[in-house]
Design a protein around this ligand. Sequence first.
Ligand SMILES: [Zn+2]
Length: 409
Amino acid sequence: MSRIIAIICAFVWAFSAPVQAQELSGLARIDGATSGFSEGWRGEVTLRLDLSQGVPWRVFQLEDPKRLVLDFREVDWRGFTADALGQAEGIGAVRFGQFRPGWSRMVIGLEAALGVKTAALAVDETSGAAQLEVVLTPVSGADYAAQAGAPRDPRWDLPEPALPPVSTRQERPDWAPVVVVIDPGHGGIDPGAERGEVNEKTLMLTFGRELRDTLRRTGAFEVVMTRDEDVFVSLERRVSIAHEAGADIFISLHADALSQGHATGATVYTLSEEASDKASEILAERHDRADILAGIDLSKADDEVANVLLDLARLETQPRTDLFAGLLARQIRETTGSLNKKPLRHAGFSVLKAADVPSVLLEVGFLSSKADLERLTDPNWRALMAGAIRDALQLWVEEDEEMRGLLRQ
Ligand SMILES: [Zn+2]
């Protein structure tokens, strides 16, 4: 696989001059009418993508689950649907979207071990239009595994989003604002839950911004968002944004759909090795899987030394997290009346693993519940919810300082 990538990259960068010139005319678009999958001899599958202009791109494959990843220097996806590509033997779901600002990604699920046989982009000299063709051929499981892996090529190291200046609680004077990191769930290629026209990533970005404004109006909080646009942010990156911002508290916002148990009402999740129930476990797994589908696999990130350090940090963080989770549930009940029957739960959400920052994941409601869906799409109700979170934060800051004062004596 590394050999194929090297060839592809050399090919792509040879195009860099005309590509830059073409960027002036706007983003590349994919023509859904002429693009698609086709089946060939001996189980081969060809993917053809007709682009309005040539763009730097790369292809690689990943395991668990098997999928083909195509990255592009940015493509405008408006008007394009996965259905336009049709279907072929061994090809599963296709997802696409903005991956980071300026970068797009298409992820093609593979139901069989299909390896990249050839991949090439041809640009028409007259029109500037480009045709990307990837030919996949059946390979053994062992050959697939040998080829799979995200390439490390410095030319593709994507720019990190700009970060706010670092500040930590210790360095700030007593009156300094409390730093709240708001984490709107999902984004970009990962839409989260969907119900009709409504999707979780957009709804949580809207609510995240409303909550940010509500908190800022008090003058007591400095707010940092893990994303402020429709872009994919890895779970690991969300946690590191909290660290780099010197977060006092981290709040992840979600509105998932649960098929089991008619879940309804706000639910506050805190981190635990053991999930408090089956539904919590499924929810945590599903969120981690979205990251894997987007091409980032953190399953090997744990090591024993790190775990010991994390446990030590949690000893102090856990009571502070529990205090906030309890206050949050209480304020939501008092303000909105819309609280889950079992409002405090635990699960192993990766996004809550900022061990030294108290962190909660708030399911503001469930898109799978008709009543919740109505509330979540009502700006007045969301304003009540943002007020409840603000009040809980203000109470938490007071009680937390008292508690920490007691600990230090
Ligand atoms: Zn979610």
